[in-house]
Design a protein around this ligand. Structure first.
Ligand code: NFE
Length: 467
């Protein structure tokens, strides 16, 4: 059967390969492979748990705030502490700004080139030359906004530095709360940048989405996912215990359930790790086996009660009742832009909720032995950190990222991962220029740096030859 290999398919960091079998102008099977690996979990063993907040952020340069947050929550769970109200709000603002950066970049840098013909100069050429439906004038207008989005995504980075010191890998989030207290000065600075970003999202990004979604209406029927959706809860409410602005939950086979963290397992039959039955992340191991028969990815296959599930803005908005559409490629793209719009509006309100002069951090005494779980919504879906410490040092750390859920290979039962499943049935106009595969795959905003595991082989080697 004719197979097309697209590698790397990621525009964002990390190397990702998609193999699609194409028959009669349609994708009939798909394989998603993470083709490099990382090993932050192993690096953490023997460290002071408080370092995990900073080390795990190094997993990725685009969603580092999410890892800092998940790690802080895991430590707070272990230390039995809660951040004060101001600390929760500052963290929401930091994560909100980083989320805006992600969504703006995904839309303009990763999605727009898939649908809109760019200027005839590098880096926009070479490109596939099929199925661009907007006129030259409409396209040029969108690329004007593309150029502006570079400045806007820098402005959101600046917002993170106000309360986070630096970005990526901020120093503003830690177990117990935040490091930078609000002042009249820094809040005003943050709000002024936010207004500029909000105006761009509201007036230009939403309009550009509308143009693309109208011209490519058929993509509401292409790239349909499993319909299994999951969210861990995003932006905790500072005044209501266990409440979130975007609600946690899971939909399996159209039925909504309460999320049960114990129902998560990782399958590794098709991943380059030493064979084991599906394990909960508290038990999961990361032992490489590069010669494993049938394996084709460094990404493990996380499953919920054995089911592949999709995370991301579409899942969050559907679970929160903010989106009523379907589960297609265009629904994913639209939900991401809409979420940026909603979050930028909510952030204005959060700035007003800050109380100048009140603490942002809860002091604590670290126990010697403890376990903790940190589950948050990262930009691309549910992110979990599982930590165990003994005698004041980390003895176990396991991370499951949203892209591991979305881009996972087949599981032990042979069920495809969410991206693999969504690709089935995708029409391909030209076998040699399969632009449609990129449109569907990138609608998940994949980040393979986050998804794969790396191993420090004997503590020294950084890379393993796999081909
Ligand atoms: Ni590298 Fe990440 C996000 C995490 S992975 S981007 O969002 O966690 O999907």
């Amino acid at each position: 059967m004719p197979t097309k290999i697209i590698s790397p398919i990621t525009r964002l960091n990390g190397f990702w390969r998609i193999d699609v079998n194409i028959e009669n102008g349609q994708v009939v099977d798909a394989y998603s492979s993470g083709i490099f690996f990382r090993g932050i979990e192993k690096i953490l063993h023997g460290r002071d748990p408080r370092d995990a907040v900073y080390l795990t952020q190094r997993i990725c340069g685009i969603c580092s705030t999410a890892h800092g947050l998940a790690s802080s929550l895991a430590l707070e769970d272990a230390f039995k502490i809660k951040p004060p109200r101001n600390g929760i709000i500052i963290r929401n603002l930091l994560f909100g700004a980083d989320l805006l950066q992600n969504h703006i970049r995904h839309f303009y840098f990763l999605t727009v080139p898939d649908f809109v013909r760019g200027p005839d100069r590098p880096p926009f050429v070479p490109r596939y030359e099929v199925d661009y439906r907007l006129s030259r004038t409409e396209s040029d207008k969108i690329y004007e906004n593309y150029m502006e989005s570079i400045h806007i995504s820098r402005a959101v980075h600046d917002m993170v530095t106000i309360f986070g010191g630096k970005i990526p890998h901020n120093h503003g989030i830690l177990a117990g709360g935040a490091t930078v207290p609000p002042t009249a000065d820094n809040v005003r600075m943050f709000m002024s940048l936010l207004q500029k970003v909000r105006s761009f999202v509201q007036n230009k990004m939403m309009a550009d989405l509308e143009k693309i979604a109208t011209a490519y209406e058929d993509y509401y029927k292409i790239g349909i996912g499993t319909g299994n959706l999951m969210a861990f809860g995003m932006f905790p409410h500072p005044d209501k215990k266990d409440d979130f602005y975007f609600k946690p939950g899971i939909i399996i086979g159209k039925k909504r359930e309460k999320l049960d963290a114990m129902a998560i397992t990782e399958h590794i039959k098709y991943s380059w790790y030493r064979a084991s039955p599906p394990l909960h992340p508290e038990e999961g191991e990361t032992q490489p086996d590069t010669g494993k028969e049938d394996a084709y990815s460094w990404v493990k296959a996380p499953r919920y009660k054995g089911h592949p599930v999709e995370g991301g803005p579409l899942a969050r908005l559907i679970l929160s009742g903010d989106y009523k559409g379907g589960h297609s490629a265009m629904d994913r793209i639209a939900a991401r832009v809409m979420e940026a719009n909603i979050v930028s509006e909510m952030m204005e309100e959060w700035c007003r909720q800050l109380e100048i002069g009140k603490p942002v951090f809860t002091p604590y005494d670290m126990p010697a032995n403890a376990e903790g779980i940190g589950m948050v919504e990262a930009m691309r879906g549910g992110l979990g950190h599982w930590m165990r410490m003994r005698a004041g040092r980390i003895t176990h750390y396991q991370i499951i990222t949203p892209s591991a859920w979305n881009c996972s290979p087949r599981d032990d039962e042979g069920r495809r991962g969410p991206v693999e499943e969504a690709l089935i049935g995708t029409p391909i106009e030209d076998f040699d220029q399969p632009i449609e595969v990129g449109r569907v795959a990138r609608s998940f905003d994949p980040c393979l740096a986050c998804a794969v595991h790396m191993i420090d082989m004997k503590g020294r080697e950084k890379y393993v030859e796999i081909l």
